[in-house]
Design a protein around this ligand. Structure first.
Ligand SMILES: C[S@@+](CC[C@H](N)C(=O)[O-])C[C@H]1O[C@@H](n2cnc3c(N)ncnc32)[C@H](O)[C@@H]1O
Length: 278
């Protein structure tokens, strides 16, 4: 299934004759800060303590290699933005996936398919790929973003000081894990229906944060899940993303998913939905 997907996803879907703003330096035409600033923000974010995530990791019995994650986060999460940096989704995804997959062994010969909406620079996709690799579980991450994988741009990160890079170049030192990731370029609203996916064992929804988009992505995933499968929702944060909160509440009430919520701060919350029946 995956080789068919890869051959279909080598470039953006849709009309190639139209100018695509996502391929024309969408995150800026020059570096946004000097190295010292990025390094200071990075070390502040690395020092943050999240007792709720500590508890999740302790209960799951799995902890991501923090040095590996922090090194990756310098290039993929340390950006100039108004809100505080927070890498805790890497810890959540890793622990939840490690907890999940041994309990839900795949039939012999079947690899796990994890769908992600919202790749950005690739941080979360790599944390999920690491969880599969460390668990010894065969499988892939299929991740979708309007941002291209092979067009050089500035990414609003420390690497910009070396000039424009493609995402592939940004992540080049993660070669082994990258073999588990398929990067698809396009709008999830158009892409999802064109992927030919029949099964989604786990999903991480982190693209557009409106109620309608989260529900549409959820319905796509739910139609391809069975008992025991999971979905992780990011930014389940009432003050900032009411659409995500409303979608998660509706899913809990109206669909066969049990919801586990983790509130990390006023600015960041997660929900993990576990499918209760086929
Ligand atoms: C919050 S960021 C994702 C962060 C990423 N998961 C990580 O942890 O590094 C959201 C991403 O979703 C992408 N996005 C937003 N709406 C989208 C859509 N409708 N289709 C595809 N990608 C979208 C944005 O370009 C952005 O890169």
């Amino acid at each position: 299934m995956l080789s068919r997907l890869i051959s279909r996803l080598v470039g953006p879907l849709g009309r190639r004759d139209c100018p695509n703003p996502w391929r024309d330096f969408p995150l800026g035409r020059q570096p946004r800060a000097d190295a010292e600033t990025y390094l200071r923000l990075h070390s502040q974010a690395c020092a943050a303590v999240y007792p709720e995530i500590d508890a999740l990791e302790a209960a799951a019995g799995f902890v991501i290699d923090r040095a590996w994650m922090h090194s990756l986060a310098l290039h993929t999460q340390t950006v100039i933005k108004d809100s505080a940096l927070n890498f805790s989704h890497g810890r959540v995804l890793y622990s939840v996936l490690r907890r999940h997959f041994p309990q839900n062994r795949l039939p012999t010969g079947e690899g796990a398919l994890i769908l992600e909406t919202g790749t950005a620079r690739g941080f979360s996709a790599l944390c999920m790929a690491k969880a599969l690799a460390d668990a010894g579980v065969p499988g892939h991450i299929l991740t979708i973003d309007v941002l291209p994988h092979d067009v050089a741009m500035y990414w609003n990160c420390i690497d910009d000081l070396e000039g424009p890079k493609t995402r592939r170049e940004l992540l080049a030192d993660q070669e082994t894990l990258l073999a588990r990731i398929v990067f698809a370029e396009g709008d999830t609203r158009e892409m999802l229906g064109q992927l030919g996916l029949s099964r989604v064992h786990a999903a991480y929804l982190d693209a557009q944060h409106t109620f309608e988009d989260v529900m549409a992505e959820f319905r796509f995933v739910a139609a391809r899940q069975r008992q025991g499968d999971i979905i992780v929702f990011d930014d389940v944060t009432p003050g900032l993303f009411p659409g995500v909160v409303q979608a998660v509440d509706q899913i809990e009430c109206s669909f066969p998913y049990a919801m586990e919520r983790i509130q990390v701060s006023e600015q960041r919350g997660y929900a993990i939905a576990a499918r209760q029946s086929d």
